[in-house]
Design a protein around this ligand. Structure first.
Ligand code: PLP
Length: 386
């Protein structure tokens, strides 16, 4: 419902771009490999529900998130009552019963976690047998994370994996070994030395299993784009590329054109002509030249339009205008080549006539990555969808 949106500073999300990025990636794979759309962090700032719907239209058959709340947001929505959902971060063992009940798959890295979770699961089962709940507990779906070199979460030895596998065999009423995965530290790098080491380690761990789980997955976007998933993998975790952003930035080209889903627009709220020496903004860091046309934009660092974007350009009718003076909390000022009326559209991210500002351009300017920028537009910026 867009009726309550008064603000003219808007993040427009192109849902077809998302569907098409998913479709294009699926068409490069072998037809049996599943694509799970990574929609954590509110769909990398794009809006988790709408992104997930668009990804599903493009052929995604499951979704990955980082925390339980994000999984519940999807599960409690009518469009995602039954879709596979995987929480890739770690949870507390006391969350096991609710995850089981909601059919949310969970990431586990050690036997102790499972032993603790078993206590909570069996307690819950007793409660339901005593009539406290009528629903029998389903087995909790577990994906085992293997740390092959990312150094973040995951088990590291064949022995630990074997212990977990025998635990699953003993407690199949409560736990299902649904997946095994690893995550690469340098899939987006031109140097594939560590990638190859991680790949080999994971394959060795996988080969030690008597029976493979339903899902074996190693690829994030970079891995899926630049290294074809091997035949023994049957799922990829597709994040940044689905939003149309190339994980390798400018260093590795994407094998197919990615369509950036997000644009950010606003409009001029104030326009003036200034005199030589007039100052603009906090700290008076900009001194005007005679006759400069200055426009004020209703966007600032409280919107995630960062303060160090001073000096960045924005687009009016395809022409670049520089942000001059410091970016304030809610506003910033630009120097324009000529007078434009209040209400003129200004493109901060996206296309304007023949020019385009990408999140890649902004992240280069800010010495960060486009992932961070997309996530950091705040709730004050309405997301609208077309
Ligand atoms: N898999 C895991 C374990 C992740 O943490 C992430 C995101 O950081 C992804 C997949 C998705 O990565 P990307 O957005 O680079 O595709």
């Amino acid at each position: 419902n867009n009726n309550n949106i008064f603000r003219k500073t808007i993040a427009w999300i192109d849902r077809e771009a998302i569907s098409s990025n998913v479709r294009n990636q699926l068409s490069r794979m072998n037809g049996t490999t599943k694509l799970f759309a990574v929609v954590k962090a509110n769909g990398y700032g794009h809006g988790a529900i709408e992104v997930a719907k668009a990804a599903k239209r493009g052929g995604a058959t499951g979704f990955c998130v980082a925390i339980i709340e994000e999984a519940l947001e999807l599960r409690n929505h009518d469009s995602f009552k039954d879709d596979p959902l995987l929480v890739m971060g770690l949870s507390h063992p006391n969350e096991a019963p609710i995850m089981a009940k909601k059919k949310i798959s969970i990431t586990v890295t050690n036997l102790e976690w499972l032993q603790d979770a078993l206590l909570f699961m069996s307690q819950q089962q007793k409660n339901s047998q005593n009539g406290a709940s009528t629903q029998p507990l389903l087995p909790l779906n577990v994906h085992v994370a293997v740390d092959t070199g990312m150094g973040r979460i995951g088990l590291t030895s064949v022995e630990d994996l074997a212990k977990i596998q025998s635990f699953f065999n003993q407690h199949s009423a409560y736990f299902k070994f649904e997946g095994i995965f690893t995550h690469f530290a340098t899939a987006d790098s031109t140097d594939s030395t560590l990638y190859a080491i991680q790949f080999e380690k994971f394959h060795r761990m996988l080969s030690s299993l008597a029976k493979k789980p339903t899902y074996v997955h190693i690829s994030n976007s970079a891995s899926a784009l630049y290294h074809n998933p091997p035949i023994w993998c049957n799922m990829i975790r597709f994040g940044i590329a689905m939003y149309g952003l190339n994980p390798g930035g400018k260093s590795i080209p994407s094998p197919f054109p990615l369509k950036q889903a997000l644009s950010l627009v606003t409009e001029l709220v104030h326009v003036k002509r200034v005199k030589e020496g007039d100052t603009i903004g906090y700290g008076a860091t900009y001194k005007a030249k005679e006759g400069d046309w200055i426009g004020t934009l209703p966007i600032g660092y409280a919107d995630g339009w960062r303060r160090d974007l001073q000096g960045q350009t924005v687009l009016i009718q395809g022409e670049r205008c520089e942000i001059i003076g410091r970016v304030c909390m809610d506003q910033c000022m630009i120097r324009m080549p000529r007078e434009y009326p209040v209400g003129t559209q200004v493109v901060l991210v996206g296309k304007s006539e023949k020019d385009e500002i990408t999140l890649q351009e902004l992240s280069d300017k800010l010495n960060t990555i486009h992932y961070e920028l997309a996530c950091c537009f705040t709730n004050r910026v309405p997301r609208l969808y077309f």
